[in-house]
Design a protein around this ligand. Structure first.
Ligand SMILES: [Zn+2]
Length: 431
């Protein structure tokens, strides 16, 4: 027998069919009960095992997110709607037998995505909570100071997601105009913010549909994850797991700062200017027991090739070693980022650009000049074929950011070398 609590609230409709079925299966040992305890289950069940859609999934998903639930099993036809709510993992299900198989394969055991936009989102993590990883922290700081994109190569014990969750905290607070844009987008998405003035972090799961990622679909006024990241950070954890068409589709917002949502007779432009942060394991297996060949590893990361030439800052994240002390706090790093941003803003006053990442390559050669001979390491890398010209321009921007961070008027040789090291980091070896 299954009891539904609380008894005094009416429970119309058949939307609890699937939950009841899973509870019975868990009680019978057919599916692992401990995983189900932390999941919200929606869906009507047909006699043939088909899982049918339910109504008002958005409201139910928001309620679940506010209650702190981070995993939802929903009918496949409702998945797109549920995925519009950030900070929750949505597991689409179309048949009961398939779902049972996936539950036994551990599909609920995965870590939910970071961040989120509901008002129940906890305050951002303090970077002091992440031990060690000085190279990755430096990469994070440089990205925040210059508006550059970030790629983190993960190790099993590394805290890549935690680091990225700390990124909005070291970015400068939104100005009034940016805060208004962010509030408008959230309101369109049905997830109004508390007006924190903090840059958003949008962290979609890799099962996201194109409509939930880019917006639109049946409703061209619905912002996607890229627009929810506007003026903040879009975080793709386990980035190679995202479908190729989603990775490829990101080039447009990354280049134009917006997406075009096409309806039957109209097109809506939705802002989507964000810093991209991606994290990936080096291979597709469980890295703890990795037996993958170099060829398999290369093929796995090459799925990101469509985006990696746009990402100028890279770092390895590793498990902290005992000799590594605690890291600096968010406030300490944020102060340095703010000072660097002010330096760049003063230099860029009167131009349409606010961060080094936005300055066109041509201007970097004509209007702003590095110290004489400072760029020799970058020119050498270009000559040797290590860099292509577009990457050269990206690293020149990073060199400017490094100069801003150390309070210098323009890049010196050490900044060019620093930019190269951030672009091609050597792997950290744990003892
Ligand atoms: Zn492997």
């Amino acid at each position: 027998m299954v009891k539904l609590f609380p008894a005094h609230i009416p429970k119309p409709g058949a939307g609890r069919d699937l939950a009841v079925a899973l509870v019975i299966l868990a009680a019978g040992g057919v599916v692992p009960p401990e995983d189900l305890a932390s999941a919200v289950v929606l869906g009507e069940l047909g006699l043939d095992g088909a899982i049918r859609p339910v109504s008002d999934v958005m409201t139910l998903t928001l309620a679940a997110a506010r209650a702190g639930m981070r995993t939802l099993i929903v009918p496949a036809e409702n998945a797109e709607e549920a995925q519009r709510v950030s900070g929750v993992v949505v597991i689409p299900a179309s048949r009961l037998d398939e779902l049972v198989e996936r539950l036994n394969g551990g599909c609920l055991g995965k870590r939910p995505p970071a961040g989120g936009h509901s008002t129940a989102t906890p305050p951002p993590l303090d970077l002091a909570d992440v031990t060690g990883n000085h190279a990755a922290r430096h990469a994070l700081e440089v990205c925040a100071a210059g508006g550059h994109h970030l790629f983190l190569l993960k190790s099993p014990q590394g805290a890549a997601a935690m680091l990225v969750e700390g990124l909005p905290g070291i970015l400068p607070p939104l100005d009034a105009e940016a805060a208004r844009e962010v509030a408008e987008i959230r309101s369109l998405a049905g997830t109004p913010s508390g007006g924190s003035g903090r840059p958003p972090l949008s962290a979609p799961h890799h099962t996201i549909t194109p409509a939930a990622m880019f917006g639109g679909g049946s409703d061209t006024t619905r912002p996607g994850a890229v627009s929810l990241a506007h003026q903040g950070v879009l975080f793709l954890d386990d980035a190679p797991e995202f479908p190729g068409r989603i990775l490829h589709g990101l080039r447009l917002p990354l280049g134009k700062g917006m997406v075009m949502l096409a309806g039957s007779d109209h097109v809506v432009r939705m802002p989507a200017r964000f810093m991209l942060a991606m994290a990936a394991h080096p291979c597709p297996c469980r890295p703890e027991q990795c037996m993958c060949s170099e060829r398999v590893k290369r093929a796995y990361l090459s799925r990101l090739a469509v985006l990696l030439d746009l990402v100028e800052v890279r770092a390895h994240v590793h498990g902290a070693t005992p000799q590594e002390g605690p890291g600096e706090s968010t406030a300490t790093v944020a102060a340095r980022v703010q000072a660097a941003r002010e330096r760049a803003a003063a230099r860029l006053a009167g131009t349409p650009w606010r961060t080094n990442a936005e300055v066109p390559a041509f201007e970097l050669h004509v209007r702003f000049k590095a110290e004489r001979g400072a760029l020799a390491p970058l020119w050498a890398a270009l000559d040797s074929g290590l860099l292509i010209p577009t990457v050269f321009a990206r690293l020149l921007r990073v060199a400017w950011t490094l100069a801003d961070l150390r309070g210098a008027d323009r890049p010196a040789r050490q900044d060019a070398e620093g930019a190269l090291a951030l672009w091609a980091p050597t792997p950290h070896r744990t003892p």
